[in-house]
Design a protein around this ligand. Structure first.
Ligand code: PLP
Length: 390
């Protein structure tokens, strides 16, 4: 047997992938993986096809095509009033995942400490650990998932370098409020921290709330790495297209990392995304948010009918639900029980916590085609839970 690296031991299979395989085994409805089933906007497809036909198929600059960087800069200005230099402050990467990976490598050394709000997005924790960083956790509690500032203050020491937000949050759907971001700005300045803000769900915000990028808060602009991408909003998770917006020196270093690991993002697909960003107006984004709000409400109702308690999300497209009424010794057994009974896959709560605090929870992704969601809702609502107090 060859000996694996110690680093490899840190890279465990994600619970999301594990449940996806279980789901495929029973040919179930996959509400575990965060895949959006909506149709890809035709301008995105047409833009990519036109780029292929026009021979735009070879390596691109490591920071991505200027057409896409220009489109992102224009959209960022129009949406958030945030002026960004497309030549110095934007890098296209292999999904938001690649953008996080490259910028994190540009900014963090092994042994550095990074704060995550918990429950967290598992890839953030795993990829920081794989880099040799130490992850510190600040627990957010429902309802509201408001920041516990005392707990945040207690995590700080001389090695603390950064704090990571998922905003709107996967898995809770929390949308950070202006007062929280302003307080975070003071905190980050006081302790000289970088803020990584993963905004891949920026367009999925409900109930009249507004997405506020931390980079639009003056005091955070110079120390924020904004991560976003097209996987979710254009339903192209397999295209691997995302980006980072950050100060020029960070983008420069991260681009070298990008070059080393990915060489460049897929050439014609960048131009498909650019066409989509340029051609799709506010109506498109509003309609996506409206559709997902309807789906959220439909799925939360089904969970309640089954006797499971949803923590109604304000954004993104996941619901955390209390599944303590489901038979099983722990969250994994309970998630498997739900899958066996209903053919609906969810993610056990442990995927989002560093300890056993997720033992009563599971996350469901409701971004399914309407007919698939209806079927999932029927099956979940009919879940015959044994008598218990929920
Ligand atoms: N960031 C968050 C918070 C996510 O939930 C996901 C996917 O679920 C990603 C990033 C991955 O994005 P991409 O497909 O662009 O790498």
């Amino acid at each position: 047997m060859v000996r694996l690296s110690r680093r490899a031991e840190n890279v465990l299979q994600s619970e999301i992938r594990a449940m996806t395989y279980e789901c495929a085994r029973v040919e179930g409805i996959n509400m575990a993986q965060g895949v959006c089933d909506l149709a890809i906007p035709s301008s995105v497809i047409e833009g990519a096809k036109a780029a292929m036909d026009a021979g735009r198929n070879i390596y691109t600059p490591a920071e991505g095509f200027v057409e896409l960087r220009d489109a992102i800069a224009a959209a960022t200005q129009a949406r958030y009033g945030l002026s960004v230099d497309p030549d110095a402050e934007i890098m296209i990467s292999s999904g938001a995942t690649g953008a996080f990976h490259s910028t994190a490598h540009a900014l963090l050394d092994p042994g550095d400490e990074v704060i995550l709000f918990e429950p967290y997005y598992g890839y953030h924790a795993a990829s920081l650990k794989a880099m040799g960083c130490r992850v510190r956790y600040v627990r957010l509690e429902p309802p509201g998932w408001r920041v516990n500032w005392e707990a945040l203050g207690r995590t700080i020491n001389s090695r603390t370098r950064a704090v990571v937000l998922s905003n709107p949050s996967n898995p809770t759907g929390k949308v950070f409020r202006r007062d929280e971001l302003e307080r975070l700005a003071r905190f980050a300045r006081q302790h000289d921290l970088v803020v990584f803000s993963d905004e891949i769900y920026e367009h999925f915000v409900y109930d009249g709330l507004t997405h506020i990028p931390p980079a639009s808060i003056d005091a955070l602009r110079e120390r924020t790495v904004t991560i976003s991408g097209f996987s979710k909003i254009f339903s192209i998770t397999g295209w691997r297209l995302g980006y980072a917006i950050a100060p020029p020196e960070v983008i420069q270093a991260a681009t070298q990392y990008n070059d080393l690991v990915y060489v460049c993002p897929p050439a014609p697909l960048q131009l498909g995304a650019a066409r989509g960003v340029l051609e799709l107006g506010v109506e498109f984004y509003r309609e996506v948010a409206r559709e997902h709000r309807v789906k959220r409400d439909r799925f939360c109702a089904a969970l309640r009918q089954a006797g499971l308690t949803p923590h109604r999300p304000e954004g993104a497209y996941y619901v955390m639900a209390d599944i303590s009424g489901v038979p099983g010794a722990d969250d994994r057994e309970r998630a498997l029980w739900i899958l066996e009974r209903t053919g609906v896959a969810c993610v056990p709560g442990r995927a989002f916590y560093h300890d056993d605090a997720g033992r009563n929870l599971a996350r469901f992704c409701f971004a399914k085609k309407s007919e698939v969601l209806e079927e999932a809702c029927d099956r979940i609502a009919r879940l015959a839970l044994p008598a218990r107090s929920v």
